[in-house]
Design a protein around this ligand. Structure first.
Ligand SMILES: NC(=O)c1ccc[n+]([C@@H]2O[C@H](COP(=O)([O-])OP(=O)(O)OC[C@H]3O[C@@H](n4cnc5c(N)ncnc54)[C@H](OP(=O)(O)O)[C@@H]3O)[C@@H](O)[C@H]2O)c1
Length: 231
């Protein structure tokens, strides 16, 4: 469906985020992208940078209302550490960073960007989560920091969906698992045999799912095929 008079905003310009921006170009009048290196830049450790980026977005979407917010930022491994295989590997620094990028940052994005979505008419806010954040689906253990931070994100999404429904009955707020996608985040962990898709293929599937879901699906956790996942 074309959103000829609407804007979309993607936050987090990693592999999936960039592919989502490309996928949305033909569908929205304007597609905005924000991340740590955009201008204005978003820094999850600096709330004023998030507030300033939201203020900028309000100006940029004045003529074409913001009807889609897609948050594609996330952290699994890097200088702050690696996902843990067992309790003895738990490190405060890694846990803190995982919660900062996967849960606290997105929570502050909810605070500053959800008020930019219109009070009337359909609008969607989608947060990329991960299946391993499902508590019920956890059969393998490990990855404490990433699992727990994505579970926290899922709770934040669910809670915000309830508040957002009071503001606009046609709003849809979702957590979405993109599946395994070829990206710097997944590279060290994508074993052969897994269905690893390119960011472009994944972005096409994600946008199709987002277009098919509506306010009846708000507050849910879905995957890139549109299937519901257990919390
Ligand atoms: N790839 C997969 O197989 C897979 C599987 C399940 C879930 N996911 C989820 O999908 C989303 C996108 O992942 P991806 O594969 O595209 O990973 P990616 O290429 O590593 O991109 C992640 C992006 O998150 C943002 N980010 C990272 N650290 C940050 C920090 N300290 N502060 C603010 N932003 C930070 C960055 O965006 P900027 O550079 O623009 O700041 C980064 O480019 C994540 O939420 C991830 O957990 C991915």
């Amino acid at each position: 469906m074309s959103q000829a008079k609407a804007s979309a905003l993607v936050i987090g310009t990693g592999a999936i985020g960039q592919a989502l921006v490309a996928e949305l170009q033909s569908r929205y009048a304007s597609v905005l992208a924000l991340g740590r290196s955009s201008d204005p830049a978003i820094n999850f450790e600096d709330e004023p940078s998030i507030a300033a980026a939201a203020h900028w977005t309000a100006g940029e979407s004045a003529d074409a209302p913001l009807r889609l917010l897609l948050v594609a930022s996330g952290f699994l491994h890097g200088p702050a550490g690696q996902p843990e295989r067992s309790l003895k590997e738990l490190q405060p620094g890694y846990l803190t960073h995982s919660f900062l990028v996967n849960a606290i940052g997105p929570a502050l994005l909810m605070k500053h960007f959800l008020p930019l979505l219109p009070r009337q008419g359909p609008c969607k806010a989608v947060f990329l989560s991960a299946r391993v954040g499902s508590i019920e689906d956890n059969r393998l253990g490990g990855w404490y920091g990433y699992r727990a931070a994505k579970a926290a994100l899922n709770q934040l999404v669910k809670t915000a969906s309830i508040e957002q429904a009071r503001r606009n009955k046609q709003a849809t707020v979702l957590a979405l698992h993109p599946g395994t996608v070829d990206s710097p985040l997944s590279a060290p962990f994508s074993k052969s045999g897994l269905d690893v898709r390119s960011p472009a293929v994944a972005a096409g599937q994600i946008v199709q799912v987002i277009e098919a879901l509506d306010a009846a699906d708000t507050g849910s956790f879905v995957d890139y095929r549109g299937e519901r996942l257990p919390w």
